[in-house]
Design a protein. Structure first.
Length: 458
């Protein structure tokens, strides 16, 4: 990282000299050391390792063609196939930096292997994605090495043996050659897609991107963790709380690296963040975050046969029936091998705003009032007392009628004198100020009229 950033050899001499003493055979470590040497202009030493890496590349036809063999470890403790993908990407970078023409075949076969391991636009983990993209971008910045003399090599795409489209390119161009979309031709069922390059003796790795949706993925037999989620009740009343009980288990007898669980919450339920923070303090989970309707929990690792049980407290906010996205658990650096769980369902009932027996209660409470002769005597008391008529500032006036929360609304519009307000402010003006509650508007208009009448009489 330091040499990529531009740190010079004389600053890191001790560390770099120590790396040069490595006599092991791990392809990942060898590629890292070669990159360090390239970055500090130690070209001769880097070339020796580049040739060593070339001898470790699989050169037999098949699914492994182009991969780097002999990879034992990675910085992030990635599992297969991701550690091999990361090491192959590093090797491609080494060959590109050392002598791209000399290692053109190694680069091409390495890129072919990386492209074959692209699934749904991803090369796996964040680490493998980063390294592969870095290798592809570095390679794309240079010309395509070929001995072809054609001025217009072309690539043709076939679907089930029928020609779909064709495009020409320049053998010295850089960047990505993007072909036109053809998704309309992909009907349901199995298809074979073939790319053919003519008048060009190099190789052109390619990728195909497809987007689709599914409510729940298939469980991978290679996933080392088990997940279970249970909602405390499938019916919750608005405003009440509940729990999503979560169990995650390491099904192996080996410790696991960084592990994560994504828990889908039904719409209408909100997680209580303070409870999630308590789980971190209790070291039940190491970290959490929320993205939309999903709570994501992280562990730096899990013990052999380890089991973690906890609950996510939720509150019902919005009435309705909801289905959560599927929950899943997996190793952070092996995201293709997931264990999936069906999304939780919940029905949130609205709170009864009026009691069912309200008529009887109201009748019993109002009966004495209705039978009183004075009930028919209707009187309206003024909102302002005599002492309030002397107020001349809007601020004091609003305090006196219990609507001081609107001081800023009046001040922002420059209204500070009661005479100006009473002569000019009407219902429309109040709404423009941002005062929208009908009861408060009526109270303000009535109070303005009373103040104006009292001061005109004086």
């Amino acid at each position: 990282a330091l040499t990529e950033w531009g740190q010079k050899y004389n600053v890191l001499k001790k560390e770099i000299d120590e790396l040069c003493l490595y006599r092991g055979d791990d392809g990942y470590l060898l590629a890292l050391i070669a990159l360090v040497l390239c970055n500090v202009s130690k070209s001769d030493e880097a070339l020796k390792i580049a040739s060593q890496l070339a001898s470790k590349q699989w050169d037999k036809p098949g699914p492994d063609y182009g991969k780097l063999r002999g990879v034992d470890t990675t910085v992030t403790r990635s599992g297969e196939p991701y550690k091999t993908i990361e090491a192959t990407a590093l090797a491609v970078l080494v060959w590109c930096k050392c002598d791209p023409k000399r290692y053109a075949k190694n680069i091409d076969s390495g890129l072919q292997y990386l492209q074959k391991n692209c699934s749904f636009g991803s090369f796996g983990t964040s680490q493998s994605n980063t390294l592969v993209i870095k290798a592809i971008l570095y390679h794309s910045c240079g010309p395509l090495y070929s001995t072809s003399t054609s001025s217009a090599p072309r690539v043709t795409l076939y679907l089930d043996g029928f020609k779909l489209l064709e495009s020409t390119f320049n053998s010295s161009q850089t960047g990505v050659l993007t072909l036109s979309p053809f998704h309309q031709k992909l009907t349901s069922g199995e298809h074979t897609l073939t790319a053919e390059v003519r008048e060009y003796d190099g190789s052109l790795p390619f990728s195909l991107g497809l987007d689709y949706n599914s409510l729940k993925g298939e469980n991978s037999p290679n996933c080392p963790v088990f997940l279970q989620t249970v909602l405390s009740s499938e019916t919750i009343k608005e405003g009440e709380g509940g729990e999503v009980r979560v169990i995650i288990v390491n099904r192996t007898t080996e410790p696991l690296p960084m592990t994560m669980a994504i828990i889908g919450l039904p719409g209408g339920l909100e997680p209580r963040h303070e409870k999630l923070k308590e789980l971190v303090k209790l070291e039940t989970i190491d970290f959490w975050e929320q993205r939309g309707r999903e709570v994501i929990c992280y562990w730096r690792g899990m013990h052999e046969n380890g089991k973690v049980e906890f609950s996510i407290d939720v509150v019902a906010r919005v009435p309705g029936s909801y289905q959560a996205p599927a929950s899943r658990a997996y190793l952070y650096y092996s995201p293709d091998d997931k264990y999936w769980v069906e999304g939780l369902s919940v029905k949130i009932d609205p709170v009864d705003t009026v009691s069912n027996n309200f008529p009887e209660i109201a009748k019993s409470l109002l009966s004495p009032v209705l039978s009183s002769p004075s009930f028919l005597e209707v009187s309206v008391s003024p909102l302002l007392t005599s002492s309030m008529f002397n107020l001349v500032t809007v601020s004091d006036f609003l305090d006196s009628i219990g609507l001081s929360q609107y001081k800023k609304n009046f001040a922002d519009q420059g209204w500070d004198d009661m005479t100006d307000v009473c002569n000019n402010v009407d219902e429309a003006e109040l709404k423009e100020m941002g005062i929208n509650l009908p009861g408060h508007i009526k109270k303000l208009i009535r109070s303005f009229n009373e103040w104006k009448t009292a001061n005109q009489t004086k």
